[in-house]
Write a new protein. Sequence first.
Length: 369
Amino acid sequence: MLVLAGVLVTVPLAQPHPGDGAHGVAVAVTLGVVLASWICWQVWERSQPRTVVALTVLGLAGGVLAALSPLSPAIAIGCLVTSAAGVRLSTETSLAITAVTIAAFLAAGLALGVPPQTLVGYPFAWIGLWAVGLTRHTYLLRAEQAEQTLAETRRARAAETQAAALAERGRIAREIHDVLAHSLAAVSVNLQAAEGLLGTLPAGNPELAKAIDCVSRAGVLTREGLAEARRAIQALRDDALPLPDQLAGLAKEWQEDGGVPADFSVTGSPRPVGAEAGLAAFRTAQEALTNARKHAPGQPVRICLEYSETDIAVRVVNAMPALDAVGSPAGADTGYGLTGLRERAVLAGGTLAAGAADGEWRVCLRIPA
């Protein structure tokens, strides 16, 4: 813009003035073509074919203008065209535009009797600026290639990191299965055997009844721990059930165990979620159901899984009496269950809210996924 403004201001001040005779009219027309082609170049800058046309016309007009007004800064138009073509276009195309600019200048200069030193000097200046443009063009290409290589390297490194994380998760799952699950299964078998042996002893001994009861409870806890270990292993592995299926299974188990309705619904478009987000959602629903059974027994519950564009939300709602047996709001967690869930949510980048509203106890987890 500065170059064009300088040419439009200074060329009319030089001899011949625009409009003075045929020579001046040619200067005025050429200035008009320069301005029009420059505007087209700016408008068509994102279209390479149109840019080539605009620069070619601008080079023709600039070469003729330099011959018509050799004692003015009109040479700047040719300098602008050749350097811009060298920077923005391929070598062949920019060379052709430079050649057109020089040819237009030489043809007009020979016809108008431009001094020989001018006929030789201007083309050398344009060729030099074209070479500078080519150097800049090569630098930009190398910089673009370096950025692409860097981006590809980052993508490859991210893929390798993800693959390593998946492999490590699989290894941890196998270790948990081999050590913890097998150990719990063996403990469960031994407890069942002990319960059977105790049942064969003479009845009537109160200590014996307590022992049988303790063994029975230990067996139940062991089986529950085994089920939890399997869920944890499943969450670590790639073949884990989709989150809606996990929550639906949890609601079904809760309803079968307590005989109380448990309504499960899904809103939004289901999609796969990460293992950490899925495990946090499952644990939140599990803890909320445990609290509902403890503080609001016999009350129906609602579990809702919501999918949005950027995150998922798990809501567990149960009706509650005003106060439970210990004087706390029904559904409230007096221990550290909800505290642990809040910490898990924060680690996964989400939030957990729990509280009473409209006669209901509501637990809501929102987590990016």
